[in-house]
Design a protein around this ligand. Structure first.
Ligand code: S3P
Length: 203
């Protein structure tokens, strides 16, 4: 899979599908002073696909924060929203993020946040304290909506285009606080990963 519209819900055999994938096999690219690259952006931005490609490219482990939340709670994101509600999900998200950045290693890593994580000050404080490089993967709302529909991943906050666009507009100012903004429209996953690495001077 090399384009952003082609992401499928990846499945392990257990009930909590894992988006992070296997650890990289190559030796890590050194980037003194860089603890992590954190990918932020709305649903459909390609945070998971680009994060995996970037992790492979740099030889750094990739982690999707949603996977950690699912593992901690023993439920899928959809089940957490359904059974416990969004506020419990958000609490779990912050706890998972803190846990992740408190781990002793291995570092550096590539980390993908869920679309709502970077708009909460508790979370941005964790990322800031960790001195991670933050990257906003951007695209137009209609394009993001189209990708989400093609992906076949069930997202609790994905309803219709109007609601999707409004939520994106609300969140965009927060995403724009990332250190770097990369436009993803019309680019394939490998090219975006290369652009992130080169823009950060790590390649
Ligand atoms: C959410 C986005 C999802 C997931 C959860 C909430 C959001 O992640 O964290 O469904 O608030 O936008 P993706 O951005 O990877 O779809």
């Amino acid at each position: 899979m090399n384009n952003l519209a082609g992401k499928q819900s990846s499945g392990n055999s257990d009930s909590t599908p894992n988006k992070s994938g296997p650890r990289p096999e190559r030796s890590p690219t050194s980037a003194p002073g860089v603890r992590a690259i954190v990918l932020v952006g709305f649903m459909g931005a390609g945070k998971t696909s680009v994060g995996k490609a970037l992790g492979r490219r740099l030889g750094w482990p990739f982690e999707d924060l949603d996977d950690r939340i699912q593992a901690r709670m023993g439920q899928t994101i959809e089940q957490i929203f359904q059974n416990r509600g969004e506020s419990d999900f958000r609490r779990a998200e912050t706890a998972a993020l803190r846990e992740l950045f408190n781990e002793p290693g291995p570092w550096p890593r590539v980390v993908a946040l869920g679309g709502g994580a970077f708009v909460r000050s508790a979370n941005t404080a964790v990322v800031k304290k960790a001195q991670a490089h933050t990257v906003f993967l951007g695209a137009g709302a209609q394009e993001l909506f189209r990708r989400c529909q093609l992906e076949g991943v069930r997202r609790p906050l994905l309803r219709d285009l109007k609601q999707f666009r409004e939520l994106y507009e609300q969140r965009r100012p927060y995403y724009l606080k990332a250190h770097l903004r990369i436009e993803t429209s019309g680019k394939d996953v490998a090219a975006i990963a290369a652009e992130v690495a080169c823009s950060l001077g790590i390649s």
